[in-house]
Write a protein that binds this ligand. Structure first.
Ligand code: NI
Length: 403
């Protein structure tokens, strides 16, 4: 299998200009979550022209799936592997002056999902050319709205994408500006955080700033709440269990001499361990209600769970690591640090075993240093070839095929 790798690399070199053209086309025409109408049309059209089977569209509004059936003989039951790309862009005005700059005002592929979609189309092409070398099936999945919780993954799963044929394992990849182009970064177990949010509305009693004794000052109450919340991570969470509680918005009042009626706080909570997540949810509410009650204010409290932590499974992670090390050498396979960002590929990994890995895309020599969600975000497109190579080889290895 290792000896066959150079031919895979040759094929990637051959298709890479087309993959880059696809990525640039998608970059020029970004669409927000659940509005990926033209993107989905482009994807479905491309799958059709490649000869992918069982193309289904309109899943969770704009999701697309397709199937590649291997034709190699297989003793025993054949497996199905799901490969996922997300398709949505972000509400950001692009600042790059490149020929493939976004043509949609205020919308930009600033996270690399254009690259993910283009890579999976490239993977589809190479797997189709190799369908006589594997048994089982590859389900290609193009997902809407990764950036827009509750997201497209959960909705696609609810619409049955893990059945018919039943999916045995799932793999996904994300371009990563934190890693150098050419590298693959991954880690087993928890890899990305759960992201929850909360809103606190403190109901006090407004009045004149010079007569505080006849008011219940919601700003003073809110300030105590912010301070008390900081002790939940520093004093109640195991220092070895990473967690973040951030109050990112605090809105109250308009005038220098008026105590307002209400104050509103909004925050985010990031965790990796389900027990820590449960504990923080419970304790945040208790602290908010307790502090407010002690200070004579009422509160309205809502806590909304977002994406669960992205937890990679050991065997599938070991497989990606083994394949990437053989293809690229150990120096290009990096242990990914825990990421406090969240990702709805987590829902696939809750349902079936699999691995979500990162494909380095930073290149300071080309000035490609800006991070995800930045208006100047852009990738080194050589990364697209690395991602395709890793994904094709991993899929073939999983389905007992040869590269
Ligand atoms: Ni992303």
């Amino acid at each position: 299998m290792v000896t066959a790798a150079p031919r895979l690399r040759d094929d990637i070199d051959e298709i890479l200009p087309g993959v880059i053209a696809d990525r640039r086309h998608l970059h020029e025409h970004p669409e927000l979550g659940f509005q990926e109408v033209e993107t989905a049309r482009f994807v479905a059209e491309r799958l059709r022209s490649l000869g992918v089977d069982d193309i289904r569209t309109g899943i969770a509004k704009t999701g697309v799936t397709g199937l590649i059936r291997g034709t190699a003989p297989q003793a025993g039951p054949a497996k199905t592997v799901l490969l996922r790309a997300d398709m949505d862009a972000l509400p950001i005005e692009e600042e790059n002056q490149v020929e493939y700059r976004s043509t949609a005002g205020g919308v930009m592929h600033a996270c690399g999902h254009d690259g993910h979609t283009a890579m999976l189309l490239g993977v589809a092409r190479l797997l189709l050319e190799r369908r006589d070398r594997f048994a089982g099936a590859v389900k290609l999945l193009f997902q809407p709205a990764e950036e827009l919780p509750p997201g497209g993954a959960q909705a696609m799963i609810a619409e049955g994408v893990l059945d018919d044929p039943k999916v045995d394992a799932a793999f996904g990849m994300h371009l990563a500006q934190e890693q150098p182009v050419g590298a693959i970064a991954l880690r087993g177990g928890p890899a990305m955080a759960a992201a929850d949010r909360f809103v606190v509305v403190v109901h006090g009693k407004g009045g004149h700033g010079a007569r505080p004794q006849s008011t219940v000052d919601p700003i003073a109450v809110g300030a105590q709440i912010v301070t008390a919340l900081q002790t939940l991570v520093s004093r109640e969470t195991d220092p070895l269990a990473a967690a973040v509680v951030t109050v990112g918005a605090f809105r109250a009042g308009d005038a220098f001499n008026v105590i307002p009626d209400t104050a509103e706080l909004r925050g985010t909570v990031r965790t990796f361990d389900p027990a820590v997540r449960d504990a923080l949810e419970e304790r945040i509410e208790a602290v908010v209600r307790g502090v407010a009650g002690a200070m004579r204010a009422d509160v309205a409290f809502t806590y909304t769970r977002g994406y669960p932590p992205t937890v990679n499974h050991p065997a599938e992670t070991a497989l990606v690591r083994e394949v990437a090390t053989e293809l690229f050498g150990p120096e290009r396979v990096i242990d990914s640090p825990l990421k406090m960002g969240a990702e709805d590929f987590s829902y696939f990994l809750e349902a079936v075993p699999g691995c979500f890995f990162f494909v380095g895309s930073r290149n300071p020599d080309k000035g490609l240093i800006w991070g995800h969600h930045h208006p100047r975000f852009d990738i080194d497109e050589e990364a697209l070839g690395t991602g395709i190579e890793a994904m094709v080889a991993t899929t073939l290895r999983y389905l007992n095929g040869a590269e």
